[in-house]
Design a binder for this molecule. Structure first.
Ligand code: ITT
Length: 192
């Protein structure tokens, strides 16, 4: 059986799609963006949010698809904004996060949950990259909190490092590479 090599990524975030499609392309998987409304339940677990959203999107699209949910977890804020990162980004933004961090520890992790839903399969994969929050925004690449996140082992922010480095180390890259490896393996056994 010829496995489908096309996966839809349900997202309104062009930067997320660009990163994800490049990674999947390395595994011979073509990605297309589906700009459906992503229905997000309230939960502390990114995995639950991504899977529920993917199931709802699948009812509409009826094609193999991915929904990714990501968040920035800051240790000194006990994991805030975490699953609420989108809301926080749109309200207080990067400046608000930097203000909250004055006089506090700056270690933080980005986490990602990638949910894949297809006719014969449902899978969720997770990824994490830790590092620290910069003193001020730097760099112009990427999106969201990239100008203030410095991954461990680097001195530049994701927005300075660019998509090449980000796609080697990021939370999203790790989760998507797990999914892609699984898809490639499943395709060989005819189960994709
Ligand atoms: P979709 O829900 O449409 O996919 P989104 O931008 O809302 O796009 P998320 O809910 O997954 O994506 O992300 C929550 C927030 O965290 C959002 O403000 C993002 O900008 C930010 N974020 C997620 N991943 C990021 C990354 O790799 N670099 C910087 N910020 C990121």
């Amino acid at each position: 059986m010829e496995p489908p090599r096309l996966v839809y990524i349900v997202t309104g975030n062009e930067g997320k799609f660009r990163e994800a499609s490049r990674i999947l392309g390395e595994y011979g998987i073509e990605a297309r963006q589906a700009r459906l409304v992503k229905v997000e339940i309230q939960s502390d677990r990114l995995e639950d949010i991504a899977l529920k959203a993917a199931r709802i999107a699948y009812v509409q699209l009826r094609r193999p698809l991915i929904v990714e949910d990501a968040g920035l977890f800051i240790d000194s804020l006990r994991g805030f904004p975490g699953p609420y990162s989108d809301y926080v980004y749109r309200t207080i933004g990067i400046e608000g996060i930097l203000n909250l961090l004055q006089g506090r520890g700056r270690s933080a992790c980005f986490r990602s949950a990638v949910a894949y839903v297809a006719p014969m399969a449902e899978k969720v994969f997770s990824g994490e990259v830790c590092g620290r929050i910069a003193e001020e925004p730097r760099g112009s690449e990427g999106f969201g909190f990239d100008p203030i996140f410095i991954p461990e082992g680097y001195s530049q922010t994701f927005a300075e490092l660019g998509i090449g480095v980000k796609n080697r180390v990021s939370h999203r890259a790790q989760a998507l590479r797990k999914l892609a490896s699984w898809l490639v393996g499943a395709a060989h056994t005819g189960g994709w």
